[in-house]
Design a protein around this ligand. Structure first.
Ligand code: NOJ
Length: 650
């Protein structure tokens, strides 16, 4: 019966609910392809699908179509925390049930979902006979955009993981594998971002131009040079193409979350958090991570910072460098880090007791230095140790260019890395602990399923200031990395001119980050004594929440500027933030998104003479009355930005 299909070409179109996006499935001479159209213009040309499997026949040919199944889905999802409370999950789904028409007669399902602003698909490989555990040698999925498409890329397989500056390049010039989300602008002006959702038990998808100039997946390999070892049945992560008419429109895309499963269990205990930290003082050389005369994480400093947090109106305190393992070259010696033994000058009993009395959440810290084997040996006891001390938040770190897993050097974004990060999230969930992962695996929306994964760093953050961060970087992130979810950018550095760590920013811009860069765990990263010098500016950081009802991107262009409005979940107040690159600019904000109330705007803008290079502290703070339809003009200085709190007064 299947033989009937050999040599025949089958094409089947799947339309989005609004019919503007079309995905075409193609079965041609036993091989499988897909293409994507927006408004009847092709945006992904016919692109191959399938796998190479170690020790088995390849899985991309000799297919016949057994049957298809189409359904329409219409749903509003409520997220426990984030940039939006509600997101739409409306799509047309078609599953293609395929079977090989010659030995070994394997079966596979290709499931497509077509949304108004995205196309997603995944492979579901079924077990049969001997075919029960397989090793993927290569995934063949292509995303064949026009080669003249513009891409904003960061390189994969590099020592600093995802922590690179984005570069703009035509796709035909992509000369190395690049991470996703890979943001693109097609020659006909559509903005796309190629990414994945629900990455479990598989290598992270990177992309590269192959020898035929096709943009093909390059799944991060394991140290044995294969891509993944999986038991069947196995579902790959969703391959996701976000689609928009404008760059700013792309930043509103929420499909990644819609493609993930609802929470696994009751996460009512998870709360987003704002925190300060025993941290930046180490970066500017005042304190050290390692014990000694200038040790940062002492009981005394922790008590002082707890008092400071109370005074500043911030709920949490991160303490880095509290445990055994920081002496000498901590990157080299990290293999022996201890996660239940504190340094002699740090008493966790006393600190946690004091924090509890003062109602401050401690954010514990685990720097694994990528020595996963050492960490996994201690994880259960280390999480218990913190849980016993009433600690519900941990920042983890995986410094180093590679990880050591089962005695082998693996990429952070390989299947081995993905599985390790997942272990931490699941164990932390059991212990009612929330995570902020530094040097993480990229975000693929799994925080919908595991809401205790509150944030990741996973991009070049403010710690790279003092050298390699240009103002354009924070104007890139919303269109690129932040499409993969929130980020702890370690915002709020007010000591901008410190010679040990000179920042490319203005003061108002540091406030803007609290709006433009969302994070479920948001750090006010400077030292409290600095904040005390700027009480008026700090008020914005104190006021802004970390959980929003709704987010409306207002204006921007990739790498140039970004302006966004977010509504608080607990009140009727709005927060608006904007950042610009090295160029100053005037922008208009049209408040037509407001409802009928009356608002008092507290505006924190760059002073007329502000400049990130020579006058970063000039700030203009004023109040204004705003109603729906009000229009205001704001000046952003070179490397500057602004923040507005709209307080509903009637
Ligand atoms: C490197 C990280 O980038 C930094 O944020 C952290 O403080 C240190 N590792 C120590 O864990």
């Amino acid at each position: 019966m299947l033989k009937n299909f050999i040599g025949r070409k089958i094409e089947k179109d799947i339309f989005s609910p609004d019919e503007n996006v079309k995905c075409r499935f193609i079965l041609d001479s036993g091989k499988i392809y897909y293409s994507v159209y927006k408004n009847n213009e092709i945006i992904i040309k016919p692109s191959a699908l399938g796998f190479l499997i170690c020790g088995e026949e390849p899985l991309f040919d000799h297919f016949g179509l057994i049957r298809t199944q189409t359904k329409k889905h219409h749903e509003t999802i409520e997220l426990q925390w984030g940039e939006n409370r509600y997101i739409k999950n409306n799509y047309t789904e078609t599953a293609f049930y395929l079977a090989e028409n010659k030995n070994p007669y394997r079966i596979m399902t290709l499931r497509f979902r077509v949304f108004d602003d995205a196309v997603a698909f995944r492979y579901e490989i079924q077990p049969q006979n001997k075919f029960r555990r397989i090793t993927i040698k290569d995934e063949l999925t292509e995303f064949n955009v026009d080669l003249n498409t513009t891409a904003w890329k960061i390189p994969a397989y590099q020592p600093d993981r995802y922590e690179y500056n984005y570069e703009k390049t035509p796709v035909y010039n992509l000369d190395q594998s690049v991470h996703t989300p890979l943001t693109l602008c097609t020659p006909n002006g559509y903005y796309l971002s190629i990414h994945e959702a629900a990455l479990y038990n598989y290598g992270s998808m990177t992309l590269k131009l192959d020898k035929n100039q096709n943009l093909k997946t390059d799944i991060t390999p394991l140290s044995d040079h294969t891509k993944a070892h999986v038991d069947l049945p196995f579902k790959t992560p969703w391959r996701l193409i976000m689609i928009a008419d404008s760059a700013i429109g792309l930043t509103a895309n929420q499909t990644m979350y819609a493609l993930n499963d609802p929470p696994k269990g009751d996460f009512g205990w998870v709360k987003t958090l704002k925190f300060i930290g025993i941290w930046w003082a180490m970066y500017v050389g005042e304190w050290t991570w390692a014990p000694g005369d200038r040790h940062g994480a002492t009981t005394e400093h922790a008590r002082e910072y707890i008092d400071a947090a109370v005074k500043l109106g911030i709920s949490g305190l991160l303490i880095e460098g509290w445990n055994e393992g920081w002496e000498g070259d901590w990157l080299e010696n990290g293999v022996n880090n201890e996660f239940t033994i504190s340094t002699p000058d740090f008493d966790l009993d006393e600190v946690s007791y004091y924090a509890d009395r003062r109602n401050i959440e401690i954010v514990g810290h685990h720097e694994t230095v990528g020595f996963v084997d050492n960490y996994e040996r201690q994880m259960e006891s280390a999480y218990n140790y913190y849980a016993k001390h009433g600690i519900h938040y941990i920042k983890t770190g995986y410094s180093g260019s590679m990880m050591m897993v089962n005695g082998r050097r693996e990429f952070h974004h390989s299947q081995a890395g993905v599985n390790h990060y997942q272990k931490t999230v699941e164990l932390a969930a059991k212990k009612h602990i929330c995570l902020d992962i530094h040097e993480p695996i990229k975000g693929t929306g799994i925080e919908r399923t595991w809401p205790n994964l509150l944030s990741r760093e996973g991009a070049r953050g403010q710690e790279y200031e003092g050298g390699s961060l240009k103002p354009s970087h924070a104007c890139m992130l919303p269109y690129t990395r932040l499409l993969a979810g929130g980020m702890d950018y370690t915002s709020g550095i007010f000591d901008i001119r410190n010679s040990a760590k000179r920042l490319s920013t203005t003061l108002a811009r540091q406030l803007a980050y609290f709006v433009t860069i969302y994070s479920g765990m948001q750090m006010a990263a400077d030292r409290p004594f600095i904040y005390e010098k700027f009480p008026e500016a700090f008020k914005f950081i104190r006021d802004i929440p970390t959980n929003f009802e709704e987010t409306i991107p207002l204006a921007g262009e990739i790498g140039e500027y970004f302006v966004v409005a977010r509504k608080d979940r607990e009140s009727l107040n709005w927060y608006i933030g904007g950042v610009t690159n090295e160029n100053d600019r005037n922008i208009y904000i049209d408040f037509n998104f407001l409802d009928d109330g009356i608002y008092q705007a507290e505006v924190y803008a760059d002073g007329k003479d502000a400049h990130y290079l020579d006058n970063p502290l000039s700030i203009d703070i004023k109040k204004k009355r705003i109603v729906r339809g009000s229009l205001i003009n704001l000046y952003m200085a070179p490397g500057g930005g602004f923040a507005i709190r709209l307080k509903r007064i009637k």
